[in-house]
Each structure stands twice: as C-alpha cells, then as structure tokens.
Ligand binder design. Structure first.
Ligand SMILES: O=C(O)[C@H](O)[C@@H](O)[C@H](O)[C@H](O)COP(=O)(O)O
Length: 258
C-alpha cells in the first residue's frame, strides 16, 4: 500500500457507488478482524449518500458487525437538527437507521441549539460546536494522542476541489486545529463544521469519491500537482492509502483518460 494518491476508474456513478460500498464493507470487516473494531468518517454530498444506500442494499452488508463500528462525520452543515440538509440526517435515512449500530458509537457533529440572530452569531455557535467535536475526537483517541486512527475517511469532491467543508483559499484549509467552523462556505449553507486536513491525515485510508464531468477539472488539477490551498483535496491523504475513486466522466480530463 502507498499513501501516494492512486486513481481507480469506474464506468459510471452507479457502479462507483456500489464498488465503493463493497470496498467499505471489506475495509470495516478487515479492521474488525485486525483490531476488533472499525471506524469510518462519513461525507455529505450526492455520491457520499448514494454509496451509503449501496451499502444498505449490498448482499454483504451484514458481514460487518455494525455494533462495533465508530461512525464520525468529515463535515456538517450547521443547520437545525431536523433539517433535511444535515449530513447526519441524510446518512441516517440512507443507512444508519437500518443497521444494528451502537448509538453510543455514532458521533454526529453539532447543530444550532436555537436560531442565530445573524451569520456572526451562527459562526460563533459553530465554533463552540467545532471545539466540542475536537474534544469528542480526543476522548476516543489512544492515550497520549488527540485523534482516533480512523480506518476510512470518505470524502466527496466539489467542482472547486473542496473536500469536507475545506474550500480553496479559505483559512480552514491550512488550520492546525482538529476541527474548524466555516463561516463563508461558497456551497450553501454558509455556516459549516469540518475536520481539518491534519485530522483527515490521521486516517489509515482516505478515499476521495468523485462522479460527474463537472468535477473533471478539479481531478485534473489535483493530479497535475496543485497544492491544498488551491485544491484542498490534494491535502487529504491517508497514512497507508489514498484512493481517488472516480467515474469515467470525472477522470475524463486526466492525460491518461481514454
Ligand atoms: O456537506 C457537504 O456538502 C460535503 O461534505 C461536501 O464536501 C460534498 O461532499 C462535496 O461538495 C461533493 O458533493 P456532491 O457529491 O453533491 O457534488
């Protein structure tokens, strides 16, 4: 295995979702065989939720002991707990509500406790929630460390090269904190919470999952040597393995694309 990013092509988005679901099931089973438990960091976005649905309908889904899986989020839209926009809610509907998970091992990011008076107040509340998530991460880390070693971090890719809620040229990209609040996300909603690249890099495996022609330019820029300030996804690397799992359209602007 290598942490050097490796692009794995897939014919289309449907096959991609099913293939990543199979890969995820295998990674969790392997983690449980080796360490007795496993962990995954979920992503929002179209392909991120589609792959959760594909896990649910996979014939192999019950090979995983879901009661021994820690579930984290890479980012969250800072909106009301019952908002359909929340990544947590979408993940629960797509998969988690249908599995025998241990509720004590599901770690959603925070949400506003009350409607904020303005964007500044919302950012302030998100900053508190981000710090609380960092504490939660530390509470599940090995003694002497601040972060758990995630088995797999799942990330969608934005057309601008963002992953989680780390956007090009915004301060969150280079943050050395574990978790950041984002107050001016170019992708709605504007206020978000995100793991930082430093935290994502603590994972054994990082998978950037990308479908669609509108992502092709960002994929090409990443593999042409762009840095994380310009294309944040390039900073999302795992300790053992970094995979870019792409459909044909997303990989179409790579020099080797056929
Ligand atoms: O909460 C979010 O919006 C995300 O976590 C974000 O990083 C997403 O994964 C990408 O924007 C890709 O989203 P799509 O797959 O919908 O394009």
């Amino acid at each position: 295995m290598t942490a050097e990013p490796l692009l794995v092509p897939h014919p289309d988005a449907g096959v991609l979702a099913r293939a990543v679901a199979a890969r995820l099931i295998t990674a969790l089973v392997d983690g449980q065989a080796e360490r007795g438990e496993a962990s995954v960091v979920l992503t929002g976005g179209g392909i991120g939720i589609a792959l959760l649905r594909a896990v649910r309908t996979s014939p192999a889904f019950d090979v995983v002991d879901w009661s021994r899986v820690d579930v984290w989020w890479g980012d969250e839209r800072f909106v009301a707990a019952d908002s359909p926009d929340r990544n947590e809610r979408q993940a629960r509907e797509a998969l988690l509500d249908h599995l025998p998970v241990d509720p004590a091992r599901i770690f959603p990011m925070g949400h506003p406790r009350e409607p904020a008076a303005d964007d500044a107040a919302a950012l302030k509340a998100a900053t508190v929630a981000a710090a609380q998530y960092a504490e939660l991460l530390a509470s599940r880390a090995a003694p002497g460390t601040n972060l758990p070693v995630f088995d797999v971090v799942l990330l969608g890719l934005g057309p601008d090269g963002h992953v989680a809620s780390l956007f090009p040229n915004l301060p969150g990209v280079m943050s050395t904190e574990a978790v950041v609040a984002v107050g001016n996300s170019p992708k709605p909603p504007p206020v978000r919470i995100s793991l930082t690249l430093a935290t994502i890099q603590s994972a054994r495996q990082v998978w950037v999952i990308v479908a669609g022609e509108e992502k092709a330019q960002a994929v090409a820029a990443a593999f042409a040597g762009a840095g994380p300030i310009e294309v944040p996804a390039t900073g999302a690397v795992g300790r053992e393995r970094t995979l870019w799992l792409a459909d044909r359209a997303a990989a179409s602007r790579l020099p080797t694309a056929r």
